[in-house]
Design a binder for this molecule. Sequence first.
Ligand code: URA
Length: 210
Amino acid sequence: MFQCPSFECKKCPRLLDFRAQNQLKFPHYHNGPVESFGDLNAQILIVGLAPGLNGANQTNRPFTNDYAGDILYPALKKFGFARGNYGKVKNDGFELINVRITNSVRCVPPQNKVTADEIAACRPYLQAEIAAMPNLKIILTLGSVAHGAVLQALGYKKSAFKFAHGAEHFLNRHNIILLNSYHTSRYNINTGTLTADMFDGIIQRLTQIL
Ligand code: URA
């Protein structure tokens, strides 16, 4: 049975320390491991980096109230992978269609940066997540950290699958297509590394692959 990490998980001292600070500063925030969003029966899993401090860490829904969600969720809706209005809160009634979203690391890290140890500590949760999706066909990774986290979770060599925006890798032992996109972060949008049109292209590609 699939188990989301709970508040009992004490694997990452740095993240626990950051949580304790945030509990004092933002007592009304979730401040814990963020649950995945969407149905386990979905054919698509989108994997992000980690919750944003005032976003998913507040709302307990990936990319919700995060800048990155302002790019991700409208694109999903545009191509039929979501319905309802994205209201930046967990109980907005917004629903994903054939998509589930999770993160490489479930707890908010300082400065949006995770360590290799934290990715390794959270790996069993990502492995359990993937194993619990019987219809999984495509994993869309947002950013190179998520790309590496998925490959390691599934036991593939990172060096054999080079991350590139739009790249598609076939994971033969799992019969899964791994599709890469730049992360929808504010930094990538502000620097022009990723545009909303480029990201629409990635989401449109999901419709073609299915
Ligand atoms: N919020 C998330 O949940 N994940 C990310 O990767 C970024 C923002």
